[in-house]
Write a protein that binds this ligand. Structure first.
Ligand SMILES: Cc1cc2nc3c(=O)[nH]c(=O)nc-3n(C[C@H](O)[C@H](O)[C@H](O)COP(=O)(O)OP(=O)(O)OC[C@H]3O[C@@H](n4cnc5c(N)ncnc54)[C@H](O)[C@@H]3O)c2cc1C
Length: 251
């Protein structure tokens, strides 16, 4: 259960007057524009005091009935003022996201719960997790960069959803659903569950494709890499394992 990691997310929303049309009711899942200059090693981290990074993007996926009714900070959450603001801002806003890297830490892990069990009497999976200093620093950096882009568009209002110093992980707020790690790939059975072909070190006919194999949370969304690793693993099974079943890597 080690190297359990998440994704480090920040959002900036900009709200415009009625002359600026964003038409966010129109969209497609993969439709968007991204800035990748502050992801991974694409920039000098020296002065900033953190590792990792994030792409920043506007993804116009087509807004959903409730998710699409975001209003400027200070708008009441119900009643006639909320209805007025929703009518005013529905097609005049843009949302920018950073879905960033997340490092692995000794203190963030999965294990078997000592108390809670499922209907079959088996222990439930327990998640021990919190944000660390590096995560907060990176998040604040991304908020600052996205904030400048938002300000340059001269909106009427800006909403910032980012992490503050001292913030703890909170399951109640949406922060992507991109979990990684817990049964990681690596170079040695002492420090990892799987070898580079996603084959279990312990049981050679068990292959474990999935985001659970990632040793760190990456600065992109996970599914492309899950698919790529699965192809990589399937190829090794077809071309090597089936001809000669056994460990594909000697420890
Ligand atoms: C709402 C939502 C939106 C997302 N959007 C995006 C996105 O836009 N882009 C992106 O890249 N990623 C996105 N993700 C993340 C993406 O879905 C996951 O990263 C990806 O599915 C992980 O693949 P996996 O194979 O590791 O795990 P999963 O897809 O969760 O597969 C695990 C499988 O194991 C099965 N299973 C569990 N226990 C057992 C058991 N005991 N025996 C047998 N089978 C079992 C489960 O039923 C499941 O089918 C999103 C996730 C969610 C929930």
């Amino acid at each position: 259960g080690k190297n359990f990691a998440y994704q480090n997310m920040a959002t900036i929303k900009a709200y415009f007057d009625k002359d600026t049309h964003t038409n966010n009711f129109i969209g497609a899942g993969g439709n968007g524009v991204a800035v990748d200059d502050f992801n991974a090693d694409n920039f000098d981290h020296g002065p900033h005091g953190f590792v990792g990074g994030s792409p920043m993007w506007v993804n116009q996926a087509g807004s959903r009935p409730i998710a699409g009714t975001s209003n400027p900070p200070g708008t009441p959450a119900w009643g006639s003022a909320w209805k007025r603001a929703t009518a005013d801002y529905y097609t005049h806003q843009v949302s920018m996201d950073a879905h960033g890297a997340h490092q692995s830490y000794r203190g963030n892990y999965l294990d078997l719960d000592p108390v809670y069990r499922d209907a079959y009497g088996l222990p439930l999976l327990r998640m021990t997790f919190d944000w660390q200093e590096n995560d907060i620093k990176m998040n604040r950096f991304m908020v600052e960069k996205m904030g400048k882009i938002a300000e340059a568009m001269s909106p009427k209002a800006i909403a910032v959803l980012g992490k503050k110093v001292g913030d703890h992980f909170n399951t109640a707020s949406y922060q992507t659903t991109h979990l990684n790690g817990g049964a990681i790939m690596g170079t040695h059975p002492k420090t990892s569950a799987l070898n580079r072909y996603l084959q279990s070190w312990d049981v050679h006919n068990v292959f474990v494709p999935g985001a659970s194999a990632f040793p760190q949370g990456l600065g992109y969304n996970p599914t492309g890499l899950v698919a790529a690793l699965t192809y990589w693993s399937a190829r090794a099974i077809r071309e090597q394992y089936l001809k000669n079943p056994g460990p594909l890597v000697q420890a």
